[in-house]
Design a protein around this ligand. Structure first.
Ligand SMILES: [Zn+2]
Length: 420
């Protein structure tokens, strides 16, 4: 029963996702949408479509391989054999659990590695985005793996110890620990984790610095630092983000963003990010995320010791650690459904932050120009299929954002000139 449910939903979602990708390829249009004719010439537009095609086929190969491997591992008795192998070592406490979960993570990483190498050094290289050298790539992976081993290993140990000690009542303690760890990570990420990978330096004195400081003062939005990140060492794609909470907020702009945009455009991108704070999007997502985790652990307390779960995956000796691994597969279908809702919610927040930026600056044009230039520089697909948008997009398609900005600017100027 459980096995049938998981199998049907995993394959069902895979088929829906593949259909969305194929429909997306069909919805590529040969003509540049008129809204973008000032930034995309025909050559650039053709290239953006080739990039979408290449990435779509690549994604299809990856998702097919991942699903086929999971099903093969399941039906060839992989979950049971791995448990047998570990039990033969006669380890105690949380070690068998750490080894079991660790082995599954390592297997997944090993399977993904050739795809990551191909994507970085073949696809991104071909389209002129890759700036990563083999040396940086290797060092990045080593840092990423050691950091994950440390963080995930520590986290898994705490959860396993709690379940061993408190049994199925551990869910509330596991949730409190996870919430505490995630708050600590939010504080540590900008000062400890990100500098492992990127070099941060203050934005030098000048027009950009003055304008940003002035804007943040006007918006009563205190920031601790305005930083530039050496993103160009890895990719030519641009980005910007905020880190930290309360008075500890830092704004980080990629050097690629600063180099390719005018100061008004950079200010508009930044105003959009400030909009996420002012409209309380960050805190809403955080609280919702914690609520999700609470449900996840509550669900775990119901499921991880049920004999039907072990039977469905062919495991003969129940344990908390195998139960946890199987539970994470069991909840994948509902988690995918939930992500559709979260993506929809996130797209609404993007529209809201765009509106905030246009109103705060009194002009939507710099943000529209920034969005168009970003989509040209990153070869974005300008006409994605609605099914693909619904399943995966955390941001609305650029064309929809530009049109929404124009409509709200139009209605604002009409309201300002209306007789009172
Ligand atoms: Zn945003």
């Amino acid at each position: 029963m459980i096995g049938g449910f998981v199998l049907t939903t995993l394959i069902g979602y895979y088929l829906l996702d593949s259909l969305a990708k194929l429909l997306n390829l069909k919805s590529l249009e040969t003509q540049v949408p008129s809204e973008f004719s000032d930034v995309f010439d025909e050559n650039r537009y053709r290239r953006s479509q080739e990039y979408t095609r290449t990435n779509t086929w690549f994604d299809l190969v990856v998702s097919t391989t991942m699903l086929a491997t999971l099903l093969a591992f399941w039906f060839l008795g992989g979950f049971e054999s791995l448990d047998h192998l570990i039990r033969r070592l006669h380890l105690s406490n949380v070690l068998p659990g750490l080894l079991y979960l660790g082995a599954l993570c390592v297997a997944r990483e090993t399977l993904m590695l050739p795809f990551t190498i191909y994507h970085t050094f073949v696809i991104e290289q071909r389209y002129g985005f890759n700036r990563t050298t083999v040396g940086t790539f290797v060092v990045d992976r080593l840092k990423e793996w050691s950091l994950s081993a440390l963080l995930m290993g520590g986290f898994a140990s705490i959860v396993l110890i709690l379940f061993e000690f408190f049994g199925l009542r551990a869910w509330i303690a596991a949730w409190i620990c996870t919430a505490a760890i995630s708050v600590i990570l939010i504080y540590l990420a900008p000062t400890v984790i990100l500098p492992f990978f990127f070099k941060f330096s203050p934005v030098p004195a000048g027009e950009l610095r003055d304008q940003v400081t002035d804007f943040c003062l006007r918006q009563r939005f205190p920031i601790r630092e305005l930083l530039v990140i050496d993103g160009s060492r890895r990719s030519s794609k641009a980005n910007a983000f905020f880190t930290g909470f309360g008075p500890n907020k830092r704004i980080a702009l990629y050097d690629t963003l600063i180099n390719n945009h005018t100061v008004p455009e950079l200010l508009a991108v930044l105003a959009h990010e400030v909009g996420h704070f002012k409209k309380h999007h960050i805190i809403q997502h955080f609280v919702f995320g914690q609520f999700n985790l609470l449900l996840l652990f509550l669900g775990a307390s119901f499921c991880i010791s049920r004999p039907e779960l072990f039977e469905a995956f062919g495991v003969t000796t129940p344990s908390y650690y195998v139960g946890l691994a199987l539970y994470l597969i069991l909840i994948r279908p509902p988690a995918l459904l939930l992500s559709i809702f979260i993506n929809f919610w996130s797209r609404q927040h993007e529209f809201e932050a765009d509106r905030f930026a246009a109103e705060a600056l009194g002009d939507p044009i710099p943000l529209i120009q920034a969005l168009k230039r970003l989509s040209k520089d990153s070869l974005s697909n300008l006409t994605p299929h609605p099914l693909l948008v619904g399943l995966h997009f955390t941001h609305p398609p650029v064309l929809a954002r530009v049109l929404a900005l124009k409509i709200s600017a139009g209605s604002r100027s009409r309201a300002n000139t209306a007789p009172t």
